[in-house]
Design a protein around this ligand. Structure first.
Ligand SMILES: O=C(O)C1=C[C@@H](OP(=O)(O)O)[C@@H](O)[C@H](O)C1
Ligand SMILES: C=C(OP(=O)(O)O)C(=O)O
Length: 416
């Protein structure tokens, strides 16, 4: 099966294209709520973004307000657009979904203030009074709540008068592969980035070159489909799996192998075969699979947590998921949400300071709340393959990053 484009790569490419010195083309971008919100935000600031077949053609222009930016629930929009808007001229107002107003923003807004921006507010909604340029310079932040604070600043930093140096001071930054993705894409667009010193990133002032961006499939979004093979003993092949990537979703290969799946990466794609249902298991009696529990640090790949938690709840033996305290500031408090929903189905899940302990128990059907979180919704879908009667309350929230999850899920189950 094929998986739509990466949210993280698409939204970085859109920002870089809007700030570039000439036109860019995004080949096979993700078209979902998060990327449409990004495209609309940049259009409202003056960028031209046109559909051409499967692609988006971006024509940059001098950014300007006034504008209203809807961030929805998208971390990439709320953290990547304000640093770009800081070089626009005019008033730019930001808001988002109800829960988006609770997501951490103070760090990046204070950083922008320190670099010369005029911003009212510490979280959504807030207003930026753009002056057409930003001094830039050096800033020290605590990025332990989100790597997106670093990525957001770096993506626009070369367009500041003095460039930008970001230093991190605090507990380890999560999701480092996403920062590597930012650095790699900046360099690909001709930007001079120095990341030789730990926890320090330096971007020299200069242009971003317009170019062609070929968007990889979203590997994190592939994980519920791969998990479907893992829990049913079936085989799923995701085509176009990159041989090398900065996407953290690539880590699912090792996790599934450690849980007992056959994992094969070839030119055909990534093929997963699950160990299958537990012998003698019939719904709705049991947790049900012969997957092994895992002890895994997901600090670098927090996006995978809901999928891994669903797998762990269906495995044999305890799992410990560590290093993911920052998930409390994601689309919802994911640690609390996973513990609540799994326990409501008869599971035994304990929240720790920085993660979850999951002891598999026989699960029963019942409602599964998604909390408007696309990855909570897909975790519920995985469980529903093994446990009769799991009902996800809001499968529609998967449009955040997958245009048609229900259609893809049915097609996979139908063998199409
Ligand atoms: O830069 C990005 O594209 C992302 C970074 C990560 O954020 P955090 O560092 O806040 O976990 C990740 O979880 C999110 O889905 C996408
Ligand atoms: C944390 C996530 O998203 P966001 O980009 O909104 O932070 C996610 O997709 O798992």
């Amino acid at each position: 099966m094929s998986i739509p484009g990466s949210k993280s790569i698409t939204n970085r490419a859109l920002i870089l294209a809007a700030l570039a010195d000439g036109p860019s083309a995004l080949r096979a971008p993700l078209r979902s709520r998060d990327t449409h919100l990004m495209a609309d935000a940049l259009r409202s600031l003056g960028a031209g973004i046109a559909d051409e077949g499967n692609d988006w053609l971006v024509t940059p222009s001098t950014l300007r307000g006034p504008a209203d930016v809807d961030c929805g629930l998208a971390g990439t929009v709320m953290r990547f657009v304000p640093p770009a808007a800081a070089i626009a001229d005019g008033e730019i107002r930001f808001d988002g979904d109800e829960y988006a107003r609770e997501r951490p923003m103070g760090t990046i807004l204070n950083a922008l203030r320190g670099l010369g921006a005029d911003i009212t507010g510490d979280r959504l909604p807030f207003t930026l009074a753009g002056k057409g340029a930003l001094a830039g310079g050096e800033v020290t932040i605590d990025a332990s709540a989100s790597s997106q604070f670093v990525s957001g600043l770096l993506l626009s930093g070369c367009r500041y008068d003095n460039g930008l140096t970001v230093r991190h001071d605090g507990k380890p930054v999560p999701s480092m592969p996403h920062i590597e993705m930012t650095v790699q894409m900046l360099r690909t667009a001709g930007v001079d980035v120095d990341d030789t010193e730990a926890d320090t990133w330096q971007v020299r002032p200069g242009p971003i070159h317009g170019r062609e961006w070929v968007i990889e499939p979203d590997l994190s979004n592939a994980t519920p489909f791969l998990a479907a093979a893992a829990v049913t003993g079936g085989t799923v092949t995701v085509t176009g799996w990159p041989a090398e990537t900065t996407q953290p979703g690539d880590a699912i290969r090792e996790i599934l192998a450690n849980m007992g799946c056959d994992v094969e990466l070839s030119t055909d794609g990534l093929a997963i075969r699950g160990p299958g249902p537990r012998r003698g298991w019939e719904p709705p009696q049991g947790a049900g699979t012969t997957l092994s529990g895992v002890d895994v640090d997901l600090h670098e790949v927090g996006e995978l947590t809901p999928t891994v938690a669903a797998l762990a709840a269906l495995a044999e033996g305890q799992s410990v998921l560590r290093g993911i305290a920052h998930l409390r500031g994601h689309e919802t408090d994911r640690l609390k949400a996973l513990a609540n929903e799994l326990n409501a189905l008869g599971g035994d899940v304990e929240e720790t300071d920085d993660g979850l302990v999951i002891r598999p128990r026989p699960l029963h059907g019942g409602p599964w709340a998604a909390y408007a979180d696309h990855r909570m919704a897909t975790a519920g879908a995985i469980l529903g393959l093994v446990v009769d009667g799991v009902e996800v309350d809001d499968i529609g929230c998967t449009t955040k990053t997958i245009p048609d999850f229900p259609g893809m899920w049915s097609a996979m189950l139908g063998g199409n």
